[in-house]
Ligand binder design. Structure first.
Ligand SMILES: [Fe+2]
Length: 264
């Protein structure tokens, strides 16, 4: 049992992934080395890597890149600053790092989008786009303000204690839509009737996205990227554990999280 076995299984069960172009590859270490203890995380911060090492893991599976580059190409931050610290930790420990991103984003039922919906309590599915990145759901009619507070309560256990909102707080909403990480939702969901978009900051800059959505009369609730994908990574840890019973799998969430300061 090795890291490459996991990658082969995941990619061969993901018809939406091009095996030649996917970022779901080994990022550090020997993919053929036998593994027993596995850590799963959303983002491999230095604390997360250290924790995987301290708990004697052989493999760290991450959803996002390690060195702040989608392709984690050679050079760059691998060789300087905090990235060099990560590289040195990996060198000294022999920990293997692999990424599962393209496969898990679209994995039905237990992948990123569907666990995000489940975590938010959005269980009445209405529609999705062709890529299945965007999904729209039905909720009881309520004000945007009330729904935003509901979302904030749902994500509090993930370490996000407030959400940011654009739109009339008193507008009535009943069809929220979500996306996968920084990929939407966009006008496609508004055209299907969505009246509130739940987005992550990384995929919704103000003037190029959120301001335009607000001009179309929809509410926009913005969350941190990690908040939208952490439920999915907990679910991945369960999937890997249940698929390979001989492994010992742990979920880690020691990445930096944003916090909010309110004016007194
Ligand atoms: Fe992401």
């Amino acid at each position: 049992m090795n890291t490459q076995d996991i990658l082969d299984h995941m990619i061969s069960n993901s018809s939406w992934v091009n095996p030649e172009k996917t970022v779901d590859t080994i990022k550090y270490g020997d993919g053929k080395k036998a593994i027993k203890k596995v850590a799963v995380c959303w983002y491999p911060s230095i604390k997360t890597i250290q924790s995987a090492i301290d708990t004697k893991c052989d493999l760290l599976i991450t959803h996002e890149p390690t060195w702040w580059d989608h392709f984690d190409n050679p050079g760059g931050w691998r060789e300087k600053g905090p990235g060099l610290k990560k590289t040195h930790l990996l060198e000294a420990s022999g920990l293997v790092v692999a990424r599962l991103h393209d496969t898990w984003d679209n994995w039905p039922q237990i992948g990123i989008r569907d666990t995000f919906a489940k975590g938010l309590g959005l269980d009445t599915f209405l529609a999705e786009d062709k890529t299945r990145w965007h999904g729209m759901y039905e909720i009881p009619e309520q004000t945007l303000s009330s729904f935003a507070k509901y979302v904030a309560r749902k994500v509090t256990p993930l370490g996000q204690d407030a959400v940011q909102v654009i739109g009339d707080p008193y507008m009535i909403v009943h069809r929220p839509s979500i996306g996968v990480g920084c990929g939407g939702p966009h006008e496609d969901m508004i055209e299907l009737g969505s009246d509130v978009l739940i987005m992550c900051f990384d995929g919704a800059s103000y003037w190029s996205a959120r301001e335009r959505f607000a001009e179309q009369g929809v509410g926009v609730i913005t969350l941190e990227h990690g908040t939208t994908e952490m439920w999915g990574m907990e679910s991945m840890a369960d999937y890997i554990q249940n698929t390979w019973l001989e492994l010992d799998v742990h979920y880690l969430d020691k990445h930096w999280k944003a916090w909010h300061a309110n004016a007194d």
